[in-house]
Design a protein around this ligand. Structure first.
Ligand SMILES: Cc1cc2nc3c(=O)[nH]c(=O)nc-3n(C[C@H](O)[C@H](O)[C@H](O)COP(=O)(O)OP(=O)(O)OC[C@H]3O[C@@H](n4cnc5c(N)ncnc54)[C@H](O)[C@@H]3O)c2cc1C
Length: 500
């Protein structure tokens, strides 16, 4: 079995493949594991490009079983920040999105009594999501049966409200607030087209302390997955980019690498980017309307301008948050062709391991236009110069909120949508695949196919066949796929090592 890509989904497919007795080889174009779940080191600082929260960090969560099966959570220490994020207003007020629902409710009500109806509805929505305790196939049959019955009754109670929430987008929900700061804060909080129901689930998980931040960040998790895979006897090749998926008589028969080497296989799984898999590696030959639809119609998570800074100071006065703070700029400015009125900044004071003693890693993550960077990069010098300019611009803007920071900055690093594309192959540098919108919310109950029409023995897993993306989803995707393959082969699916 050949697996393309050693991101979370590819490594998960490898791990569950090995657990079920398949000979697996992963071909990864980069020289390290994890795909998007990554970080990089610069002069003693670690800049993390991924994990803010890991759903399933609570040992009681069914997701946690998956983390244990794959070895990701082994030995991880989790931090549970009291605040998801804060949005500072130009009028001196600050909206704090507390992880605790009761605290969040009273804070929002105190800030804007005129928005009581919308606030109460939002909190009720979070409580509704908290009430769902979906059965997971990691649990014993008796638990699954009990949970299925309970979920049925929860749906009876909340089904209508749940369906309604899936149709509400971030933009639409933010527009319901009368208070301009709350409107702005909710706009900052969630992606405009993304269904708000996921925001509700996120808060439900934060409240129940089931979405912690793992100390050490992304890379140790990716390395743990690689280790588990290798311990199970899996083979992993780095610096091997796959150019083609070979086919014959309607079956996948192997792969061809960019260096021309061909490797035969009885099954091929792509856990790499969906667009390049279907349109390049398979030449666009195995598409029907349904397979093509997402690529024609569905919006993707944006591509990012990701500025990392190593700051020679501590930020003890800034509370720990899951995803940072945003502050208003004195006046709107153009950053890489986009007008910005405020700046989001994530101070990594929740994880001292990210910086040398007494210093702090800081990141600024902005949506950025892929085409803008693609055009700039036609001239490498201009591209590099623009990245330098952006680093200086961001530092100048941070001075407005953190006076003196320019002097304290000792490391800068700028990643653009092209960086994300180069290192992970993701389409237009998207950082999480498909957004879930009212148009494709049905995939929450009816998952996308992991096969393509007209091609046997070929499969896909990962964020491009799991709208909403994310680390747990990618692992589940690899697991779901191997389960399906076991079913095809008439085998009982195993999720644990026989020795365990
Ligand atoms: C800034 C940021 C913040 C995030 N925050 C969170 C968070 O807090 N919580 C969370 O759960 N998720 C988060 N995510 C999302 C999460 O990282 C992704 O959804 C998940 O890692 C996707 O995993 P994947 O295996 O499906 O895809 P990828 O990680 O993209 O893996 C695909 C792999 O395939 C390889 N590949 C591609 N093409 C080829 C080829 N031709 N040949 C060989 N190899 C190839 C790539 O190099 C890569 O290793 C975040 C992502 C980013 C970027």
């Amino acid at each position: 079995m050949i697996i393309i890509g050693a991101g979370f989904a590819g490594l998960a497919a490898g791990i569950y493949g090995r657990l079920n007795g398949y000979n697996t080889q992963i071909f990864e174009m980069h020289n390290q594991p994890g795909g998007l779940c990554t970080s990089w080191k610069r002069k003693g600082y670690t800049f993390d490009a991924c994990v803010h929260w890991l759903v399933g960090s609570s040992p009681e969560s069914p997701y946690n079983a998956i983390w244990r099966e794959t070895g990701v959570a082994s030995g991880s220490e989790f931090v549970y920040a009291d605040e998801y994020c804060r949005c500072e207003g130009a009028d001196g007020r600050t909206v704090i999105f507390y992880a605790d629902i009761d605290r969040l409710e009273s804070h929002l009500l105190a800030l804007s009594p005129q928005d009581e109806d919308t606030i109460r509805k939002f909190i009720k929505g979070i409580r509704m999501c908290a009430a769902f305790d979906f059965p997971s196939d990691t649990e014993p049959l008796t638990v699954r049966l009990r949970k299925s019955v309970a979920t049925f009754f929860t749906f009876m109670k909340y089904g209508k409200a749940f369906r309604e929430w899936t149709k509400v987008t971030g933009e639409e929900f933010a527009g319901r607030f009368r208070d301009p700061l709350l409107r702005e804060a909710f706009r900052e909080l969630w992606i405009p087209e993304f269904s708000v129901v996921f925001l509700l689930f996120t808060f439900a998980w934060l409240h129940s302390r089931n979405a912690g931040y793992p100390i050490g960040g992304s890379m140790p998790m990716s390395q743990a997955l690689e280790m588990r895979y290798r311990e199970l006897g899996g083979i992993l090749h780095y610096n091997k980019k796959v150019a083609r998926i070979l086919t014959s008589d309607g079956r996948a028969t192997g792969i061809r690498l960019v260096d021309g080497t061909e490797i035969a296989a009885s099954r091929v799984i792509s856990a790499a980017d969906g667009y390049s898999t279907l349109f390049n590696m398979l030449d666009g030959k195995y598409l029907d309307t349904k397979t093509r639809e997402p690529y024609d119609k569905w919006p993707t998570f944006a591509s990012l301008l990701f500025v990392s800074l190593g700051i020679n100071r501590r930020f003890d006065e800034i509370p720990l948050t899951v995803s940072g703070i945003t502050f208003p700029l004195r006046e709107p400015v153009m950053i890489a062709g986009k007008m910005c009125g405020r700046l989001p900044v994530h101070i990594y004071n929740q994880d001292p391991s990210m910086a040398p003693e007494g210093k702090t890693a800081v990141t600024v993550m902005l949506e950025s236009d892929y085409e803008y960077w693609k055009k700039l990069a036609e001239d490498r010098n201009i591209y590099v110069q623009k990245k330098d300019e952006i680093a200086s611009q961001i530092i100048r803007l941070l001075e407005q909120r953190f006076p003196g920071i320019a002097e304290q900055t000792e490391v800068t690093d700028v990643a653009t949508p092209l960086t994300f594309e180069r290192y992970t192959g993701n389409w237009k540098g998207s950082f999480e695949g498909w957004l879930i919108t009212p148009d494709n919310a049905y995939t929450m109950t009816k998952p996308m196919a992991q096969t393509v029409p007209g091609l046997k023995r070929f499969y896909m897993c990962g964020q491009w066949v799991e709208p909403g993306g994310g680390l747990p989803t990618s692992i589940m995707s690899g697991r779901r796929l191997i389960k399906q393959i076991c079913r095809e082969d008439g085998k009982r699916f195993l999720s644990k090592d026989k020795k365990q």
